[in-house]
Design a protein around this ligand. Structure first.
Ligand code: AMP
Length: 216
């Protein structure tokens, strides 16, 4: 499958992308994960992206577009891909269209994960992450807490709140989403590719997407 997952931060794009990728081997491409990795490795791209990410702002398009083009040209993407966190602006959507045209391929579906804002804020502010770079297990202070002294149940490293999951940064990320990314919903609706999904559970969401793809 070749799909784009749209949705606010915290809508569950990462979880759904992972499930879809397990379904048929399509590659999960999360621009957020690629960037966090670049920051962790201290690369030139990581150094340039870091300040934007810490403030919850978008990394400039020219940095993102090169990165995505390189990734989509890799061999494994021939199996299909699930784009999570890209495109995030109208300019990125146009660049994606041009790139796919150059590659001679098209999108099957653009999924809009529609999650109420109060659910998103609750989900993001209660999320915690294992600080061990090679673990990064996700916790939730209410539904999946770490050990009583705040350690990862898998590897024992301290579990932390990611800088971009602090409340003020979350508010900025949501503002940026409404201003810059949500206009993509109408853009893709006009192309006939948009598929809205509003369900509480990930099993149901995955089945609906597969139905939408005509694979179920
Ligand atoms: P995410 O994990 O997708 O929420 O991304 C984390 C952060 O990475 C975002 O808040 C942005 O700063 C940056 N980022 C990820 N994807 C993009 C993108 N397509 N365009 C610009 N910035 C991005």
């Amino acid at each position: 499958m070749r799909i784009v997952l749209l949705g606010a931060p915290g809508a569950g794009k990462g979880t759904i992308a992972k499930r879809l990728s397990e379904y048929d081997g399509s590659v999960h491409i999360s621009t957020g994960d690629i960037l966090r990795n670049e920051v962790k490795n201290g690369t030139e791209l990581g150094k340039r992206a870091k300040a934007y990410m810490e403030k919850g702002e978008l990394v400039p398009d020219e940095l993102i577009l090169n990165m995505v083009e390189t990734r989509l040209r890799e061999k494994d993407c021939e199996k299909g891909f699930i784009l999570d966190g890209f495109p995030r602006t109208i300019a990125q959507a146009e660049a994606l269209e041009n790139l796919l045209r150059k590659l001679g391929i098209g999108l099957d579906l653009v999924v809009n994960l529609d999650v109420p804002e109060d659910v998103i804020i609750e989900r993001l502010t209660t999320r915690r992450t294992c600080s061990n770079p090679s673990c990064q297990e996700i916790y939730n202070v209410k539904f999946k807490p770490p050990s009583p002294d705040g350690r990862c149940l898998k590897c024992g490293w301290p579990v932390i709140q990611r800088d971009d999951e602090k409340e003020e940064v979350i508010r900025e990320r949501l503002k940026v989403y409404h201003e810059k990314t949500s206009p993509l919903i109408d853009l893709y609706r006009k192309t006939g590719l948009l598929f809205d999904v509003r369900s509480p559970g990930s099993d149901e969401i995955v089945s609906k997407i597969l139905e939408g793809l005509g694979k179920k």
